[in-house]
Design a protein around this ligand. Structure first.
Ligand code: PDD
Length: 281
């Protein structure tokens, strides 16, 4: 069955949703996206995603295409029209279609697209295996742009190696996963994750998971770590709106801990789901 997607003010069957060949998203990757989880047909962490969207658009000198209330309404309408209980809503906004020019065009109508993807998010996480890959992305990874070729290439390297994902490495230190933030738990029980900067995306799930961990009196250190340190850790895990807290069982061939999902990642996933459910609107 075909999904209903949102395109520039209209709800249309996916086969009928068309954008211009001159869209700057296509020509320049001149666009921003967001991915928001849906649990029980409700929108999770909406405030956080809208704030990051506004910030990302601001860096590219783009306004919000519609206001926050309308955006929420569109998310809800898509959930309803697609009977979505659990999964994600993808929002893509580009500067719009204009004659090809590196200069930002003026007075162009932005392109706004939202679509749903059904996915089970609340299952027990079996864990994933990752490889290390060079981080070849641009220097503003704090901006959630649609230029996803580098992480896509990393993911393909992982798949070619028979693994699930890649942890990207720059100057000897892990930045993040191809589409998630990366963490380790030291043998002393401390959670270590890369500090916020332009080098990584400021994950909405990351922010909530660190708050939950702090409330559970866990020690947190926000700093860079190496693949070698991660391989020697008690646990490793990732977070994202589409994975929540997912254990990492193997890094570049080295088994982490006993090779099974660890207690910290498992507990954080359970509590995160409870909290995300409570806060969903
Ligand atoms: N990715 N880092 C990168 C590079 C990401 O692409 C993502 C999200 C995250 C986690 O952010 P959040 O917790 O706000 O989802 C970190 C989304 C899910 C995607 O591209 O599908």
């Amino acid at each position: 069955m075909s999904r209903t997607v949102y395109l520039n003010g209209a709800y249309v069957p996916e086969e009928e949703a068309m954008v211009s060949v001159f869209d700057r998203g296509f020509l320049f990757a001149d666009g921003i996206y967001e991915v928001t989880a849906v649990l029980d047909g409700k929108i999770c962490e909406f405030e956080g995603h809208v704030k990051r969207l506004e910030r990302s658009l601001g860096v590219l000198d783009m306004p919000m295409p519609v206001d926050k209330d309308e955006l929420l309404e569109i998310h809800r309408e898509l959930v309803k029209r697609n009977n979505l209980d659990q999964g994600a809503i993808y929002l893509q906004v580009t500067r719009g279609a204009a004659d090809r020019d590196f200069v930002y065009p003026k007075n162009v109508k932005q392109t706004l697209v939202l679509f749903t993807q059904a996915k089970t998010l609340t299952d027990d996480k079996a864990g994933i295996k990752v490889i290390a890959a060079p981080d070849i992305r641009w220097g503003r990874r704090d901006v959630k742009t649609v230029q996803l070729l580098a992480p896509s290439m990393c993911k393909m390297m992982a798949k070619a190696a028979g693994k699930d994902d890649a942890w990207m490495v720059e100057d000897g230190f892990v930045t993040e996963g191809s589409s998630n933030n990366a963490y380790i738990v030291t043998k002393e029980g401390k959670i270590v994750t890369r500090n916020l900067s332009n080098s990584i995306l400021h994950g909405i799930t990351r922010s909530s998971v660190l708050r939950i961990a702090a409330e559970m009196d866990m020690e947190i250190e926000e700093r860079a770590f190496t693949i070698a340190e991660a391989q020697d850790a008690a646990e490793a895990f990732i977070t994202a709106a589409t994975t929540f807290v997912c254990p990492v069982l193997e890094i570049d061939g080295a088994t982490i801990g006993d090779g099974k999902p660890g207690p910290v990642a498992t507990r954080l996933n359970t509590v995160y789901i409870e909290e995300a459910r409570k806060g969903a609107i």
